[in-house]
Design a protein around this ligand. Sequence first.
Ligand SMILES: Cc1cc2nc3c(=O)[nH]c(=O)nc-3n(C[C@H](O)[C@H](O)[C@H](O)COP(=O)(O)O)c2cc1C
Length: 235
Amino acid sequence: MPRNPTVAFELRRFAEAELRERARLVFDEMDRRRSVRSFSADPVPREVIEDAIRAASTAPSGAHRQPWTFVLVGDPEVKRRIRIAAEDEERENYAGGRLPPEWREALAPLGTDWRKPFLETAPWIVVVFEQRYGWNGDGTRRHNYYVKESVGIACGLFIATLHRLGLATLTHTPSPMAFLSDLLGRPRNERPFIVFPVGYPADDCRVPELVRKPLDEVMIEVRAGDLSHNGDNRP
Ligand SMILES: Cc1cc2nc3c(=O)[nH]c(=O)nc-3n(C[C@H](O)[C@H](O)[C@H](O)COP(=O)(O)O)c2cc1C
């Protein structure tokens, strides 16, 4: 493969005081994001969702394969079918005893159950599929690289974009999700990754009170002086 030509790249550079201020503001804004399970039926223009998907699709990806498909659903009948099939799976998980006790205990504080009315209420559902492999021009399989990492990052950008637009979503994984491939007519190289209902929160929307880990629980700094000389650094 020939190497790509290069293009000049520049980023706006902020003076330090502004940089610090912006960092605070970005954190404050991201810290207000919450997963929403109660949506308003108010419409959201399709073009807005398309731009959010464009933004998500700017994500970095292994070997720039962009191994994702964002399936957009606004048709009430298709939303209804997704809800019915998702609730069938989730009923089995919650009421049928398919969830292992440890998982059930982890979910208890969130108050979730098998009912997923938001899959019909939200004006849009975006189902993201990972492309496990692609196709060459001659019909042979084309390998994709770091598919889960790439699609996960694209989904993160999608969530952040929606939040910046004042739109709510839920990272929903009605497990197992295989029913979505058939229901949405996706090819065999694609596997369902995450279901995102998208819209405005309901007027009476409430979310579980959560505390996020403080910085010192999610970040450590490593300096050479902290490391042993014989390379044996694991606890
Ligand atoms: C990969 C993944 C799968 C999730 N699946 C579900 C789900 O199926 N149903 C649900 O109600 N929440 C689901 N969540 C949302 C989490 O419960 C939520 O992100 C977490 O409780 C933190 O809340 P917050 O998003 O409001 O910060 C999922 C989150 C992730 C990252």
